[in-house]
Design a protein around this ligand. Structure first.
Ligand SMILES: C[S@@+](CC[C@H](N)C(=O)[O-])C[C@H]1O[C@@H](n2cnc3c(N)ncnc32)[C@H](O)[C@@H]1O
Length: 281
């Protein structure tokens, strides 16, 4: 085939000029609507839209505060692309550290459950990091269960660990709702007005569901198995009794770049079965 004429940088610039102009216009509208990362979001919306009408609709949705990932239908978590259906909590980068720690702890051929899975982000990561492991996920919202399933996760509709067998898991993870009632009004308006309340609100001190996760983890973990749970700043100090009551010991917490506690891990005390003894050092 005869090679076509080389595109010079000047010509390339001329071809891209309308696209760049469009992106600048979108970025200006997003910035005016209060988007902090308007330039980056403009690139994502322009790349995802198939035509001008679709782009206009996407920008209008974002101006109204809908999460970007609901509009583009995707996000990235632990370096992988993940589908996000409208109405389902968008996984946050802050949860990636917990997903990595949980994956480090999952023994070859082990079993893990991600309670409160949303899009299935954490379970999806565990599956990729530990291909021989059995990983399942639970959410009480059918939209989340469908989304996690579309992300390739074995997801069940249910209330935390209620339907799961006792003494069955090496790892339990959970990003449960943990925003205290009084803090809901301080959330960014797009989160408060669009993301589902049942994904955010954790009751008066934010820990109603977290305490139930701890209770269920105490039952479904195998002795020696480990719980990883995301919490908010200062909430670790309120969980000592619940952890103790459910035999969860060896508690460690981790912090974010601001020094605020973001989560904790704890191990179920007691005798390990033979399978665990050989699988985990
Ligand atoms: C903060 S979101 C976290 C989603 C996901 N783990 C992530 O990090 O992206 C909390 C999720 O918990 C689910 N949820 C709330 N209460 C639940 C319950 N009792 N049982 C199961 N899932 C629950 C919500 O539907 C929501 O998907």
């Amino acid at each position: 085939m005869k090679p076509g004429p080389r595109i010079t940088p000047r010509q390339a610039g001329a071809v891209n000029a309308p696209i760049q102009h469009e992106r600048r216009q979108v970025a200006a509208r997003l910035a005016a609507a209060g988007c902090i990362a308007a330039d980056l979001e403009a690139v994502e919306l322009c790349s995802a839209a198939e035509n001008a009408a679709a782009l206009e609709e996407s920008v209008a949705r974002r101006e109204r505060g809908e999460p970007l990932a609901w509009i583009t239908g995707v996000t990235r978590f632990c370096g992988r692309r993940l589908r996000v259906d409208a109405g389902v909590y968008v996984p946050r980068p802050q949860s990636e550290a917990m997903a990595e720690m949980a994956a480090d702890r999952l023994p070859p051929g082990g079993t893990a459950v991600d309670l409160c899975t949303g899009t299935g982000a954490i379970a999806h990561h565990l599956r990729h990091r530990a291909p021989g492991a059995t990983v399942i996920a639970v959410d009480c919202d059918i939209r989340a269960v469908r989304c996690a399933t579309r992300n390739g996760v074995a997801a069940l509709l249910g209330d935390l660990g209620a339907a799961l067998r006792s003494d069955s898991f090496d790892v339990v993870t959970a990003v449960a709702p943990y925003v205290p009632t009084g803090h809901l009004r301080h959330l960014p308006t797009d989160v408060r007005d669009h993301e589902p309340q049942h994904a955010l609100h954790g009751g008066a001190d934010g820990l109603d569901i977290v305490r139930r996760v701890i209770r269920d983890a105490g039952r479904i973990l195998r002795p020696g198995g480990r719980l990883f749970i995301e919490i908010g700043a200062g909430q670790d100090a309120l969980l000592g009794d619940a952890l103790h009551e459910h035999r969860l010991t060896d508690v460690v917490s981790w912090t974010d770049a601001d020094g605020d506690v973001r989560g904790l891990a704890a191990t179920l005390s007691g005798e390990r079965g033979p399978a665990m003894r050989s699988a985990v050092p």
